[in-house]
Design a protein around this ligand. Structure first.
Ligand code: PLP
Length: 396
Protein backbone atom coordinates (compact mmCIF):
# COMPACT_ATOMS: atom_id res chain seq x y z
CA UNK A 1 0.00 0.00 0.00
CA UNK A 2 1.23 3.47 -0.84
CA UNK A 3 2.89 5.39 1.97
CA UNK A 4 0.14 8.01 2.12
CA UNK A 5 -2.40 9.36 4.58
CA UNK A 6 -4.80 6.50 5.32
CA UNK A 7 -7.92 8.61 5.77
CA UNK A 8 -7.29 10.50 2.54
CA UNK A 9 -6.64 7.24 0.71
CA UNK A 10 -9.87 5.78 2.04
CA UNK A 11 -11.86 8.80 0.87
CA UNK A 12 -10.18 8.83 -2.52
CA UNK A 13 -10.86 5.14 -3.11
CA UNK A 14 -14.46 5.21 -1.88
CA UNK A 15 -17.16 4.14 -4.31
CA UNK A 16 -19.64 6.90 -4.92
CA UNK A 17 -23.21 5.69 -5.37
CA UNK A 18 -24.10 8.78 -7.38
CA UNK A 19 -21.08 8.42 -9.66
CA UNK A 20 -21.91 4.77 -10.28
CA UNK A 21 -25.47 5.76 -11.18
CA UNK A 22 -24.05 8.37 -13.53
CA UNK A 23 -21.90 5.74 -15.28
CA UNK A 24 -24.87 3.37 -15.46
CA UNK A 25 -26.97 6.18 -16.91
CA UNK A 26 -24.42 6.81 -19.67
CA UNK A 27 -24.54 3.13 -20.61
CA UNK A 28 -28.35 3.05 -20.64
CA UNK A 29 -28.54 6.24 -22.71
CA UNK A 30 -26.42 4.55 -25.38
CA UNK A 31 -28.87 1.61 -25.35
CA UNK A 32 -32.32 3.23 -25.10
CA UNK A 33 -31.79 6.94 -25.85
CA UNK A 34 -31.44 9.88 -23.52
CA UNK A 35 -35.18 10.66 -23.46
CA UNK A 36 -35.89 7.24 -21.96
CA UNK A 37 -33.48 7.44 -19.04
CA UNK A 38 -34.85 9.21 -15.96
CA UNK A 39 -31.76 10.44 -14.24
CA UNK A 40 -32.77 11.81 -10.84
CA UNK A 41 -29.38 11.15 -9.30
CA UNK A 42 -27.41 14.36 -9.31
CA UNK A 43 -28.03 17.88 -7.99
CA UNK A 44 -26.80 19.81 -11.00
CA UNK A 45 -29.16 22.71 -11.80
CA UNK A 46 -31.03 22.06 -15.05
CA UNK A 47 -31.76 25.69 -15.90
CA UNK A 48 -29.05 27.93 -17.28
CA UNK A 49 -27.58 30.87 -15.42
CA UNK A 50 -29.51 34.08 -16.16
CA UNK A 51 -28.23 36.04 -19.14
CA UNK A 52 -26.93 38.80 -16.91
CA UNK A 53 -24.24 36.39 -15.63
CA UNK A 54 -22.70 35.81 -19.07
CA UNK A 55 -23.13 39.46 -20.04
CA UNK A 56 -21.40 40.61 -16.86
CA UNK A 57 -18.51 38.19 -17.32
CA UNK A 58 -18.01 39.33 -20.92
CA UNK A 59 -18.24 43.00 -19.96
CA UNK A 60 -15.65 42.56 -17.21
CA UNK A 61 -13.35 40.67 -19.56
CA UNK A 62 -13.64 43.43 -22.15
CA UNK A 63 -13.58 46.47 -19.89
CA UNK A 64 -11.52 45.68 -16.82
CA UNK A 65 -7.76 45.96 -16.59
CA UNK A 66 -6.73 42.30 -17.15
CA UNK A 67 -3.89 42.50 -14.66
CA UNK A 68 -6.40 43.48 -11.97
CA UNK A 69 -9.15 41.13 -13.16
CA UNK A 70 -6.93 38.06 -13.24
CA UNK A 71 -4.78 39.06 -10.29
CA UNK A 72 -5.08 37.84 -6.70
CA UNK A 73 -7.74 39.62 -4.71
CA UNK A 74 -7.04 40.14 -1.02
CA UNK A 75 -7.30 36.86 0.93
CA UNK A 76 -10.93 37.25 2.12
CA UNK A 77 -12.03 38.64 -1.26
CA UNK A 78 -12.10 41.89 -3.20
CA UNK A 79 -13.23 44.79 -1.00
CA UNK A 80 -15.77 46.13 -3.50
CA UNK A 81 -17.19 42.62 -4.00
CA UNK A 82 -17.67 42.25 -0.24
CA UNK A 83 -19.35 45.66 -0.05
CA UNK A 84 -21.74 44.79 -2.90
CA UNK A 85 -22.69 41.49 -1.26
CA UNK A 86 -23.14 43.13 2.14
CA UNK A 87 -25.44 45.68 0.48
CA UNK A 88 -27.46 42.89 -1.16
CA UNK A 89 -27.86 41.18 2.24
CA UNK A 90 -28.87 44.46 3.86
CA UNK A 91 -31.59 45.20 1.31
CA UNK A 92 -32.91 41.68 0.83
CA UNK A 93 -32.91 40.47 4.44
CA UNK A 94 -32.94 43.72 6.43
CA UNK A 95 -29.80 42.61 8.23
CA UNK A 96 -26.96 45.07 8.82
CA UNK A 97 -24.17 42.99 7.23
CA UNK A 98 -20.78 44.66 6.80
CA UNK A 99 -18.15 43.79 4.19
CA UNK A 100 -15.55 42.92 6.82
CA UNK A 101 -17.80 40.08 8.04
CA UNK A 102 -17.69 38.30 4.66
CA UNK A 103 -15.07 35.80 3.53
CA UNK A 104 -15.31 34.71 -0.14
CA UNK A 105 -14.92 30.97 -0.68
CA UNK A 106 -14.90 28.18 -3.27
CA UNK A 107 -18.62 27.36 -2.99
CA UNK A 108 -20.52 26.29 0.11
CA UNK A 109 -18.04 23.42 0.49
CA UNK A 110 -15.16 25.86 0.93
CA UNK A 111 -17.28 27.92 3.32
CA UNK A 112 -18.16 24.89 5.47
CA UNK A 113 -14.55 23.71 5.62
CA UNK A 114 -13.39 27.21 6.60
CA UNK A 115 -15.94 27.39 9.41
CA UNK A 116 -15.44 23.87 10.73
CA UNK A 117 -11.65 24.07 10.69
CA UNK A 118 -11.82 27.53 12.17
CA UNK A 119 -14.06 26.49 15.07
CA UNK A 120 -13.17 22.93 16.05
CA UNK A 121 -10.53 21.55 18.33
CA UNK A 122 -9.86 17.81 18.01
CA UNK A 123 -12.69 15.67 19.35
CA UNK A 124 -15.29 18.44 19.66
CA UNK A 125 -18.78 17.59 18.52
CA UNK A 126 -20.95 18.98 15.76
CA UNK A 127 -24.64 18.10 15.77
CA UNK A 128 -26.23 17.32 12.40
CA UNK A 129 -29.85 16.41 11.64
CA UNK A 130 -30.77 13.46 9.41
CA UNK A 131 -31.33 13.34 6.54
CA UNK A 132 -28.12 15.24 5.79
CA UNK A 133 -25.72 16.09 2.95
CA UNK A 134 -23.18 13.22 3.22
CA UNK A 135 -20.14 15.47 2.77
CA UNK A 136 -20.83 16.91 6.24
CA UNK A 137 -19.25 13.87 7.84
CA UNK A 138 -16.19 14.20 5.60
CA UNK A 139 -15.84 17.92 6.36
CA UNK A 140 -16.39 17.56 10.13
CA UNK A 141 -14.01 14.63 10.51
CA UNK A 142 -11.50 16.39 8.25
CA UNK A 143 -11.55 19.25 10.76
CA UNK A 144 -10.86 16.81 13.61
CA UNK A 145 -14.43 16.91 14.90
CA UNK A 146 -16.99 14.24 15.72
CA UNK A 147 -20.35 14.24 13.97
CA UNK A 148 -23.37 13.53 16.19
CA UNK A 149 -26.41 12.64 14.17
CA UNK A 150 -30.00 13.29 15.26
CA UNK A 151 -32.35 10.76 13.61
CA UNK A 152 -34.89 12.17 11.18
CA UNK A 153 -38.44 13.09 12.02
CA UNK A 154 -39.74 11.31 8.93
CA UNK A 155 -43.26 12.73 9.32
CA UNK A 156 -42.15 16.30 8.58
CA UNK A 157 -38.33 16.38 8.25
CA UNK A 158 -38.34 19.23 10.76
CA UNK A 159 -36.14 19.19 13.88
CA UNK A 160 -36.87 16.55 16.50
CA UNK A 161 -36.28 18.86 19.47
CA UNK A 162 -36.58 16.15 22.09
CA UNK A 163 -33.72 14.16 20.59
CA UNK A 164 -31.80 17.36 19.97
CA UNK A 165 -31.94 18.41 23.61
CA UNK A 166 -30.79 14.94 24.67
CA UNK A 167 -27.84 15.03 22.26
CA UNK A 168 -26.61 18.52 23.23
CA UNK A 169 -23.84 18.40 25.81
CA UNK A 170 -20.78 20.20 27.13
CA UNK A 171 -18.71 18.85 24.24
CA UNK A 172 -21.05 20.32 21.59
CA UNK A 173 -19.15 23.01 19.73
CA UNK A 174 -21.52 23.66 16.86
CA UNK A 175 -24.84 22.73 15.32
CA UNK A 176 -25.03 22.47 11.54
CA UNK A 177 -28.35 23.03 9.80
CA UNK A 178 -29.34 23.03 6.13
CA UNK A 179 -32.61 24.67 5.13
CA UNK A 180 -33.94 24.43 2.43
CA UNK A 181 -32.72 20.89 2.87
CA UNK A 182 -30.89 18.45 0.66
CA UNK A 183 -32.30 15.75 0.42
CA UNK A 184 -35.78 16.34 1.95
CA UNK A 185 -36.67 19.78 0.53
CA UNK A 186 -37.86 20.82 4.02
CA UNK A 187 -37.59 24.48 5.06
CA UNK A 188 -37.29 25.37 8.75
CA UNK A 189 -39.97 27.83 9.82
CA UNK A 190 -39.35 30.98 11.82
CA UNK A 191 -40.79 29.23 14.85
CA UNK A 192 -38.30 26.37 14.46
CA UNK A 193 -35.34 28.77 14.20
CA UNK A 194 -36.55 30.72 17.25
CA UNK A 195 -36.86 27.55 19.30
CA UNK A 196 -33.44 26.34 18.16
CA UNK A 197 -31.90 29.71 19.05
CA UNK A 198 -33.48 29.71 22.51
CA UNK A 199 -32.13 26.24 23.29
CA UNK A 200 -28.63 27.12 22.05
CA UNK A 201 -28.59 30.30 24.09
CA UNK A 202 -29.65 28.48 27.23
CA UNK A 203 -27.15 25.64 26.81
CA UNK A 204 -24.29 28.01 25.93
CA UNK A 205 -24.95 29.71 29.26
CA UNK A 206 -25.19 26.40 31.09
CA UNK A 207 -21.92 25.02 29.65
CA UNK A 208 -20.06 28.32 29.85
CA UNK A 209 -19.04 28.41 26.20
CA UNK A 210 -20.59 29.47 22.93
CA UNK A 211 -22.35 26.85 20.82
CA UNK A 212 -22.08 28.06 17.23
CA UNK A 213 -24.84 27.65 14.69
CA UNK A 214 -23.57 26.97 11.15
CA UNK A 215 -26.27 27.39 8.56
CA UNK A 216 -25.54 25.87 5.15
CA UNK A 217 -27.68 27.72 2.60
CA UNK A 218 -26.90 26.94 -1.03
CA UNK A 219 -30.68 26.55 -1.66
CA UNK A 220 -31.74 29.77 0.14
CA UNK A 221 -33.47 31.23 -2.94
CA UNK A 222 -35.10 27.99 -4.04
CA UNK A 223 -38.17 28.17 -1.78
CA UNK A 224 -41.63 27.61 -3.29
CA UNK A 225 -44.75 29.82 -3.30
CA UNK A 226 -45.71 31.07 0.13
CA UNK A 227 -42.57 29.72 1.86
CA UNK A 228 -40.19 32.12 3.64
CA UNK A 229 -36.67 31.13 4.63
CA UNK A 230 -35.76 32.95 7.87
CA UNK A 231 -32.43 34.78 7.86
CA UNK A 232 -30.81 32.92 10.74
CA UNK A 233 -28.33 35.56 12.06
CA UNK A 234 -31.35 37.70 13.00
CA UNK A 235 -32.40 35.04 15.50
CA UNK A 236 -29.11 33.78 16.92
CA UNK A 237 -26.04 36.00 17.24
CA UNK A 238 -23.44 33.20 17.17
CA UNK A 239 -24.28 32.17 13.62
CA UNK A 240 -22.04 31.53 10.63
CA UNK A 241 -23.81 31.51 7.24
CA UNK A 242 -22.32 29.34 4.49
CA UNK A 243 -23.73 30.47 1.16
CA UNK A 244 -23.06 29.64 -2.48
CA UNK A 245 -24.27 30.66 -5.94
CA UNK A 246 -24.03 27.06 -7.19
CA UNK A 247 -27.79 26.56 -7.22
CA UNK A 248 -29.40 30.03 -7.21
CA UNK A 249 -27.41 31.21 -10.24
CA UNK A 250 -26.77 27.69 -11.65
CA UNK A 251 -23.00 28.13 -11.29
CA UNK A 252 -21.78 25.01 -9.46
CA UNK A 253 -18.69 24.74 -11.63
CA UNK A 254 -17.56 28.26 -10.90
CA UNK A 255 -17.08 27.46 -7.19
CA UNK A 256 -18.20 30.69 -5.59
CA UNK A 257 -19.67 31.30 -2.16
CA UNK A 258 -19.01 33.04 1.14
CA UNK A 259 -18.98 32.78 4.90
CA UNK A 260 -20.86 35.51 6.76
CA UNK A 261 -19.85 35.79 10.42
CA UNK A 262 -22.86 37.31 12.19
CA UNK A 263 -22.42 40.91 13.27
CA UNK A 264 -23.48 40.37 16.90
CA UNK A 265 -21.30 37.31 17.44
CA UNK A 266 -19.35 37.16 20.66
CA UNK A 267 -15.66 37.87 19.93
CA UNK A 268 -16.63 38.31 16.32
CA UNK A 269 -13.26 39.51 15.08
CA UNK A 270 -11.45 36.51 16.49
CA UNK A 271 -13.99 34.11 15.04
CA UNK A 272 -13.59 35.78 11.64
CA UNK A 273 -9.80 35.56 12.00
CA UNK A 274 -10.10 31.84 12.80
CA UNK A 275 -12.21 31.24 9.66
CA UNK A 276 -9.65 33.22 7.65
CA UNK A 277 -6.78 31.30 9.23
CA UNK A 278 -8.43 27.95 8.56
CA UNK A 279 -9.08 28.91 4.95
CA UNK A 280 -5.44 29.93 4.64
CA UNK A 281 -4.32 26.65 6.11
CA UNK A 282 -6.53 24.77 3.63
CA UNK A 283 -5.19 26.82 0.72
CA UNK A 284 -8.54 28.56 0.11
CA UNK A 285 -7.43 32.18 -0.13
CA UNK A 286 -8.39 34.74 -2.79
CA UNK A 287 -11.37 32.95 -4.32
CA UNK A 288 -11.51 33.15 -8.16
CA UNK A 289 -11.40 36.81 -9.07
CA UNK A 290 -13.62 36.98 -12.18
CA UNK A 291 -16.51 35.11 -10.56
CA UNK A 292 -16.24 36.96 -7.25
CA UNK A 293 -17.04 40.07 -9.28
CA UNK A 294 -19.71 38.44 -11.44
CA UNK A 295 -21.55 36.99 -8.43
CA UNK A 296 -21.38 40.27 -6.51
CA UNK A 297 -22.86 42.20 -9.44
CA UNK A 298 -25.53 39.53 -10.01
CA UNK A 299 -26.22 38.84 -6.31
CA UNK A 300 -29.85 39.98 -6.51
CA UNK A 301 -30.66 37.70 -9.48
CA UNK A 302 -31.55 34.03 -9.76
CA UNK A 303 -31.89 31.57 -12.61
CA UNK A 304 -35.44 30.83 -13.71
CA UNK A 305 -36.06 28.47 -10.83
CA UNK A 306 -39.83 28.18 -11.46
CA UNK A 307 -39.33 24.84 -13.24
CA UNK A 308 -38.39 23.22 -9.93
CA UNK A 309 -41.76 24.10 -8.38
CA UNK A 310 -43.57 22.85 -11.49
CA UNK A 311 -41.67 19.56 -11.30
CA UNK A 312 -42.32 19.29 -7.56
CA UNK A 313 -46.07 19.64 -8.11
CA UNK A 314 -46.16 17.04 -10.89
CA UNK A 315 -44.05 14.50 -9.03
CA UNK A 316 -45.63 14.85 -5.59
CA UNK A 317 -49.13 14.43 -7.04
CA UNK A 318 -48.13 11.64 -9.42
CA UNK A 319 -46.10 9.66 -6.89
CA UNK A 320 -48.83 9.87 -4.26
CA UNK A 321 -51.38 8.57 -6.78
CA UNK A 322 -49.10 5.63 -7.46
CA UNK A 323 -48.95 4.91 -3.72
CA UNK A 324 -45.71 6.52 -2.59
CA UNK A 325 -45.61 8.32 0.73
CA UNK A 326 -43.84 11.65 0.29
CA UNK A 327 -43.50 14.76 2.45
CA UNK A 328 -44.10 17.72 0.15
CA UNK A 329 -40.84 19.65 -0.34
CA UNK A 330 -41.03 23.38 0.35
CA UNK A 331 -37.86 24.20 -1.57
CA UNK A 332 -34.71 22.90 -3.36
CA UNK A 333 -35.06 20.45 -6.24
CA UNK A 334 -35.07 17.29 -4.15
CA UNK A 335 -37.75 15.11 -2.64
CA UNK A 336 -37.32 12.19 -0.31
CA UNK A 337 -40.17 9.65 -0.54
CA UNK A 338 -40.34 6.40 1.39
CA UNK A 339 -39.17 3.40 -0.57
CA UNK A 340 -41.80 0.70 -1.12
CA UNK A 341 -39.61 -1.84 0.70
CA UNK A 342 -37.42 -1.28 3.76
CA UNK A 343 -34.16 -1.97 1.92
CA UNK A 344 -33.58 1.31 0.08
CA UNK A 345 -30.41 0.08 -1.66
CA UNK A 346 -32.28 -2.92 -3.14
CA UNK A 347 -35.17 -0.66 -4.11
CA UNK A 348 -32.94 1.79 -5.98
CA UNK A 349 -31.13 -1.11 -7.64
CA UNK A 350 -34.48 -2.49 -8.88
CA UNK A 351 -35.48 1.01 -10.09
CA UNK A 352 -32.60 0.82 -12.59
CA UNK A 353 -34.52 -1.94 -14.43
CA UNK A 354 -37.09 0.77 -15.25
CA UNK A 355 -34.39 3.31 -16.18
CA UNK A 356 -35.04 5.27 -12.99
CA UNK A 357 -31.85 6.56 -11.41
CA UNK A 358 -32.59 7.43 -7.77
CA UNK A 359 -30.31 7.50 -4.74
CA UNK A 360 -30.74 5.34 -1.58
CA UNK A 361 -31.61 7.30 1.57
CA UNK A 362 -29.14 5.40 3.78
CA UNK A 363 -26.26 7.56 2.55
CA UNK A 364 -28.17 10.59 3.87
CA UNK A 365 -28.59 8.94 7.28
CA UNK A 366 -32.22 7.97 6.66
CA UNK A 367 -32.82 4.40 5.48
CA UNK A 368 -36.12 3.40 3.88
CA UNK A 369 -36.17 6.50 1.70
CA UNK A 370 -34.84 7.58 -1.67
CA UNK A 371 -33.70 10.94 -2.97
CA UNK A 372 -35.17 12.16 -6.24
CA UNK A 373 -33.33 15.17 -7.76
CA UNK A 374 -35.96 16.70 -10.00
CA UNK A 375 -33.72 19.28 -11.65
CA UNK A 376 -34.72 17.77 -15.00
CA UNK A 377 -36.84 18.96 -17.96
CA UNK A 378 -40.54 18.97 -16.95
CA UNK A 379 -41.47 16.67 -19.81
CA UNK A 380 -39.00 14.11 -18.38
CA UNK A 381 -40.50 14.42 -14.90
CA UNK A 382 -43.96 13.83 -16.37
CA UNK A 383 -42.95 10.77 -18.36
CA UNK A 384 -41.03 9.27 -15.43
CA UNK A 385 -44.33 8.61 -13.63
CA UNK A 386 -45.02 5.69 -15.93
CA UNK A 387 -41.69 4.17 -14.94
CA UNK A 388 -42.42 4.77 -11.24
CA UNK A 389 -45.83 3.08 -11.70
CA UNK A 390 -44.15 0.01 -13.22
CA UNK A 391 -41.66 -0.07 -10.35
CA UNK A 392 -44.54 0.06 -7.86
CA UNK A 393 -46.38 -2.72 -9.77
CA UNK A 394 -43.32 -4.91 -9.40
CA UNK A 395 -43.68 -4.75 -5.61
CA UNK A 396 -47.46 -5.38 -5.60
N1 PLP B 1 -24.36 21.83 1.04
C1 PLP B 1 -25.38 21.19 0.47
C2 PLP B 1 -26.57 20.86 1.30
C3 PLP B 1 -25.33 20.82 -0.88
O1 PLP B 1 -26.36 20.17 -1.42
C4 PLP B 1 -24.17 21.15 -1.63
C5 PLP B 1 -24.06 20.76 -3.03
O2 PLP B 1 -24.85 20.07 -3.60
C6 PLP B 1 -23.14 21.82 -0.99
C7 PLP B 1 -23.26 22.15 0.34
C8 PLP B 1 -21.89 22.19 -1.72
O3 PLP B 1 -22.14 23.33 -2.48
P1 PLP B 1 -21.05 23.97 -3.43
O4 PLP B 1 -21.13 23.26 -4.72
O5 PLP B 1 -21.44 25.40 -3.54
O6 PLP B 1 -19.73 23.80 -2.77
Amino acid sequence: MANVNKRALGLGMQRSVIRELFEFGKKRIAEVGEENVFDFSIGNPSVPAPEVVGETAVRLLKEMDPVLLHGYTSAPGDSMVREQIAESIRTRFGYAARPQSLYMTAGAAGALCGCLNGLLEAGEEVIVFAPFFPEYRVFIEGAGGVMKLIPADTESFQIDFERFEEMLGPNTKAVLINSPNNPSGAVYSEETIRRLAAILKERSGQYGHVIYLITDEPYREIAFSGVTVPFVPKYYPNTLVCYSWSKSLSLPGERMGYVLVAEEMEEREEVFAAVAGASRSLGYVSAPSLFQRVCAICADNTSDISVYETNRNILVKGLREIGFSVVEPQGTFYMFPRTLIGDDAAFCEKAKDFNLLIVPGSGFGCPGHTRISYCVPTERAERSLEAFAKLADFYR
